[in-house]
Design a protein around this ligand. Structure first.
Ligand SMILES: [Zn+2]
Length: 301
C-alpha cells in the first residue's frame, strides 16, 4: 500500500497551508481540489522540505495563485529561479496555475544557452555589483578585497537593502529567504554557506567572478575606489617602519584609509590565490560541493 504523505510546505503568514502528496500516490488521491505536479531541479532543492527534494510531487490547491506565489510557498525565493516550464512551455511568474499542470522549476544556468526559452529575469548583470544583508559584513569585506563594488551597512533595514538592490540594480546577497521573496528584487542570491571564507568562494563561483577579480582597487572598510597617492602627501600619517620600508601607497578618497603592500597584503594574496584555485574544472562543474550546476532536461520528469 502506498504511503500517503500530507503536510504543508513552508508558507508565508496568513497563507493557508497547502497539501501535497508524493509521486507514488498520484492515482490514490481522491480530493476534489485542483492539483499540479511540481519538480524542482538542482540547487533549488536546498530550499525544499526533505521529503520533497529531488522528486516530483503533487501539490493540491483550491485558490487561484500565480506560479511565483506557489513556488515561493515551498520556500524557494523567486530570485533563485531562472526558468519555469509548464507542460513543456516556458512561462513568466504571473502565470496562473491550473489543474493538472506539470511544472518544472530550474535555477540559473551559467553554461547553457536558453535564449529560445523565456528567462524569468533580465540578463545577468554584466558589471556585478552587490548589496549585502546586515549579517554578511565579513563577506562584504572579502568582496571589496577582490575589487567588487559591495554596499554594506550594519544599520541597513530589510527595506533599505531591498530598495538599494532594486534602484541601483545591485545583486542582493542574503541568508534571509523572506527578504528575497520581496517583489521588487530581481537579482538576488541566497548565500548557503555560513563561514565567511566559504561564502566568498561560493559567491565567486556562483557568479563566475574569477576573471573580474581586481585586488587592491577598493577600500575594504567603506567600498570607496582606491587611488594612488604620493608618499610625500601622506608621510605624516604613516608609522615609522611603514615610512621606512614602503614607497607605494593607495588611499581611499572616501574615508582616508591608506593601503600598502605590507604583511596584510601577503595574507590577502594567499587568500585570493586560494579562491582562484577553486575555479571550475573544464567540464563546467564546480569542484565545490555546494555548487551543482548542470544543464536542464525539460523532458526528465
Ligand atoms: Zn574607505
Amino acid at each position: 500500500m502506498a504511503v500517503i504523505i500530507r503536510g504543508s510546505p513552508r508558507t508565508r503568514k496568513n497563507q493557508k497551508p497547502a497539501g501535497f502528496t508524493v509521486d507514488q500516490n498520484a492515482g490514490n488521491d481522491q480530493t476534489a481540489r485542483s492539483q499540479a505536479h511540481f519538480r524542482f531541479y538542482e540547487e533549488l532543492n536546498d530550499f525544499l522540505p526533505p521529503q520533497l527534494r529531488r522528486r516530483g510531487f503533487f501539490h493540491e490547491f483550491s485558490r487561484r495563485a500565480s506560479v511565483k506565489d506557489m513556488v515561493e510557498s515551498f520556500g524557494v525565493p523567486h530570485t533563485e529561479v531562472e526558468l519555469i516550464l509548464v507542460n513543456g512551455d516556458s512561462v513568466d511568474f504571473s502565470y496562473i496555475v491550473r489543474d493538472k499542470d506539470h511544472i518544472s522549476v530550474y535555477p540559473m544556468f551559467e553554461s547553457m544557452d536558453i535564449t529560445p526559452l523565456l528567462r524569468l529575469r533580465p540578463e545577468p548583470l554584466r558589471d556585478p555589483r552587490f548589496v549585502l544583508d546586515t549579517n554578511l559584513g565579513k563577506l562584504a569585506r572579502y568582496l571589496r578585497m577582490l575589487g567588487f563594488d559591495s554596499l554594506y551597512r550594519n544599520d541597513y533595514s530589510d527595506a533599505d537593502v531591498a530598495t538599494v538592490s532594486s534602484q541601483e540594480q545591485r545583486i542582493l546577497l542574503t541568508r534571509d529567504r523572506a527578504l528575497l521573496q520581496r517583489k521588487i528584487i530581481t537579482h538576488g542570491y541566497f548565500v548557503r554557506q555560513t563561514i565567511p571564507r566559504r561564502q566568498i568562494s561560493e559567491v565567486v563561483a556562483r557568479f563566475d567572478l574569477y576573471a573580474a577579480v581586481q585586488p587592491m582597487t577598493r577600500c575594504t572598510r567603506c567600498n570607496g575606489r582606491l587611488e594612488a597617492v604620493e608618499k610625500e602627501i601622506i608621510c605624516q600619517d604613516l608609522q615609522p617602519k611603514t615610512r621606512r620600508y614602503y614607497n607605494r601607497f593607495r588611499r581611499c578618497p572616501d574615508c582616508g584609509q591608506i593601503y600598502w603592500k605590507g604583511s596584510h597584503h601577503t595574507h590577502m594574496e594567499r587568500l585570493i590565490a586560494g579562491i582562484m584555485a577553486e575555479k571550475r574544472d573544464t567540464a563546467g562543474h564546480c569542484k565545490k560541493t555546494h555548487c551543482r550546476h548542470t544543464t536542464p532536461d525539460a523532458n526528465s520528469r
